[in-house]
Ligand binder design. Structure first.
Ligand code: IVH
Length: 719
């Protein structure tokens, strides 16, 4: 509903004063709803309209500008309400496992990585995975000096004042603790406290909260710590960040130490050495789950010995030494109202079931992915049957949906007794619903099998592909441009005024320039973009004109090139010029460029081909060329270990290693700044050959590459 307001020009001074008072109060109320309660009542556009009206009235009656005028508070940015804290050590996440089989694989992978250890000799801890918010608490000389949320893992929000109101968190530690201590763990709200809070809300006639986790999050994001203090937040310590001294050498030892320092730790944490014992503990915790006064969504297993944890190290986002064994998903029945097709960045057509809304495990589910045409038919990724032959998914079917954690809900099966007699098989589209181009299933060159994905052949012509490409480009792990989310990308892509167009990535960086003279007036006149938000957007864009090579390559959106591959490429080639030049020549499949690309450990032929294809397409080169006029990819960082004798060297391991596993050798070499390749070429610096080495060793000798055995290698890198 919009209420017509009198034109500013027609207001009397008395009207103006009254309205300014109203606007000050109203905007302050919306600020509070937005920032403190995470529950805005109006859209950003309506909020901006109120602000603009306030400014217009003030412009006409400058003498009426109030001390508490919203125009004086422009600094309060939506997400900038808390200061940022850069974590001394990144806060990582955990890999998930879902079945006993996955757990066995995890344990075996630990043994495999470490090699040579006898069965059941590695101890693992098992403890509940608390469904709350992870928190890093920093103590210096025994005093709590800072508390930060996880954020993106590198940078979190400073919520120290709020954390100080949590009684379970010690403000000071006993004497004798290390000078720097960072204790990490989970802030959560007890189930009983959550229910009590909701009863109170109901009694006050206010809206109730959805679940303990969101309520805990909202309570921590209060600007006013006295509000946080009224919420009964709690804490479990289970990990650490920077420590100037290590008080124990096992996971369990560390947690026990935290307990003696006054931190609450979870009583269900135990240590085991056999897979069976770990899984039995998981089942027991599952049985206790309903009676616990806090929400948990699985059990976390961690290698107990810290020296082994150090050897295992990390993948890009998660440690190799831990995994979260999730509890089974929750299920419910509902009906498929229709099936929509979404077209992704690479043209993949994904069918989505629109469901009659249903609550599954406390969350309302309205959509479920149907993956692809085969999945609808009841056929899995490897051609195997995943449902009975006649259980294809149809519009109107009653289905079982499942939701596990944050994963997109799935349709598991069809309830055949409820299928209507007139129902018809779903026919998968043969043309792209967005651009009308043919949609085809490609044939895998190697296996000769049809790909499970149906793909739009429209390429750049397809609006959906272009838009999704842009969304990928600005996403968190790519250019990470704040203020340019999915909604804004849609807006700029569809904008009527050419000056506002963002059709390809380089357009993002010319947006400000294209607004001409009135750089700050053009965009801000559009609903939803205030003066401040426009300036912030331009600043965010300009802040990304320098970007890491890894992010740059990832952002290009080359098929099959995810973050890990982008990182491998960045490390291998070092600079964008080196990478692009190499990709130009790699098109010659008999040349050095192609074999060099394929020699990168972790890059297979399918990926290599996709990269080469990308660089063959003139349109891609044109877009990248324009992008490079605006943006400078930074050369890949050489690791900090400048003293290592193998920095920048390309190493190939071949034959069997006896002192460490191949994975460990590779991780170690990389941590010392070496590049590990899978095959020997002129660019190889060192070949480490163990017993049984064959053609790679021969080739090394032929090319005059330095070779050594495992002991010599260990001596070289200093153990
Ligand atoms: S260990 C390097 N232990 O789960 C790994 N995490 O999915 C550090 N979490 O961000 C995490 N209970 O917020 C660990 N007992 C537990 C946990 C736990 C909950 C959360 C934590 C983390 C997320 C990872």
């Amino acid at each position: 509903m919009t209420i017509e307001k009198p034109l500013v020009e027609t207001l009397t001074e008395a009207d103006a004063a009254e309205e300014l008072a109203f606007l000050a109060a109203e905007l302050a109320r919306h600020d509070a709803l937005y920032h403190a309660k995470d529950a805005p009542e109006i859209s950003d556009a309506d909020y901006d309209a109120l602000k603009r009206r306030n400014e217009a009235i003030e412009a006409r009656f400058p003498e009426l500008v109030r001390d508490d005028s919203p125009s004086r508070k422009v600094g309060a940015a939506p997400s900038g309400i808390f200061q940022q804290i850069v974590h001394a050590r990144p806060m990582l996440s955990l890999d998930n496992t879902f079945s006993d089989e996955d757990v066995r694989d995890f344990v075996h992978s630990v043994y495999r990585f470490l090699g040579v250890l006898p069965d059941d000799s590695i101890a693992f801890t098992a403890e509940p995975k608390i469904d709350g918010l992870s928190m890093s608490l920093r103590y210096e000389n025994g005093k709590l000096v800072g508390a930060a949320t996880r954020g993106d893992g590198t940078t979190g929000e400073n919520v120290t004042a709020n954390i100080r109101t949590i009684k379970e968190i010690p403000q000071t530690l006993p004497s004798g603790v290390p000078e720097i201590v960072e204790v990490r763990g989970e802030v959560y709200m007890g189930k009983s406290d959550f229910l009590a809070l909701n009863e109170q809300m109901t009694a006050l006639g206010r809206q109730t909260y959805v679940n303990p986790r969101n309520t805990a999050a909202g309570s921590l994001r209060q600007l006013d710590p006295t509000v946080t203090a009224t919420r009964k937040l709690r804490f479990f310590a289970y990990a650490w960040g920077e420590m100037s001294d290590m008080p124990a050498d096992t996971q369990l030892g560390m947690v026990k130490t935290f307990e003696t320092w006054g931190f609450p730790v979870n009583p269900l944490m135990q240590r085991f050495t056999s897979i069976e014992a770990i899984i039995a503990h998981y089942r027991n915790i599952g049985l206790e789950r309903p009676d616990l006064d806090y929400d948990i969504d699985g059990v976390v297993y961690k290698v107990d010995r810290l020296d082994l944890q150090a050897r295992l190290g990390f993948r890009s986002r998660s440690p190799r030494w831990a995994t979260a064994h999730k509890f089974p998903a929750e299920q419910a029945f509902t009906t498929v109202e229709k099936i929509d097709i979404q077209v992704g960045r690479t043209g993949a057509l994904t069918p989505v079931a629109r469901l009659t809304p249903i609550t599954v495990g406390g969350v309302v589910v309205t959509n479920a992915t149907l993956h692809n045409a085969d999945y609808i038919e009841g056929i899995g990724n490897n051609g195997e049957r995943i449902r009975e032959p006649d259980h294809d998914i149809r519009i109107g079917d009653t289905v079982i949906v499942q939701r596990a954690g944050d994963v997109i809900p799935q349709v598991l099966d069809v309830v055949m007794e409820k299928r209507e007699s007139g129902s018809v098989r779903y026919e998968f589209p043969k043309i792209c619903p967005v651009c009308g181009s043919h949609a085809v299933r490609e044939r895998n060159e190697k296996t000769g099998k049809l790909d499970s994905v149906t793909r739009c052949t429209g390429g750049f012509v397809c609006r959906a592909q272009a838009v999704e490409h842009l969304k990928h480009f600005v996403s968190r792990n790519a250019f990470d441009i704040e203020g340019l989310g999915a909604k804004q990308v849609d807006f700029f892509f569809e904008a009527e005024d050419e000056k506002l167009w963002i059709k390809t990535a380089p357009d993002i960086f010319t947006l400000e320039k294209r607004q001409g003279e009135s750089a700050l007036t053009k965009l801000e006149n559009i609903d939803g973009f205030g003066k401040v938000s426009v300036r912030k957007l331009y600043d965010a864009i300009n802040g990304r004109r320098q970007v890491s090579l890894q992010r740059f390559i990832y952002a290009l959106g080359i098929r099959h090139v995810g973050e890990t591959t982008a990182k491998l490429l960045a490390r291998h080639y070092g600079s964008y010029t080196a990478f692009a030049d190499a990709m130009q020549t790699a098109g010659d499949l008999s040349g050095e460029g192609w074999s060099d690309l394929n020699s990168i450990d972790g890059i297979g032929e399918v990926v290599a081909r996709a990269i080469v294809e990308f660089y063959k397409e003139p349109r891609n080169l044109e877009v990248v060329g324009r992008l490079l006029k605006e943006v400078t990819p930074q050369d890949a960082e050489t690791p900090i270990v400048s003293s290592s004798p193998v920095v920048g060297k390309t190493v190939v391991f071949t034959g069997s290693l006896e002192k460490m596993t191949r994975d460990e050798a590779k991780a170690k070499a990389e941590s010392l700044g070496a590049k590990v390749a899978g095959s020997v070429s002129k660019k190889t610096d060192i070949v480490v050959a163990g017993p049984g080495a064959g053609s790679k060793l021969e080739k090394a000798r032929e090319l005059g590459v330095q070779t050594m055995d495992e002991d010599e290698w260990i001596a070289l890198i200093g153990g």
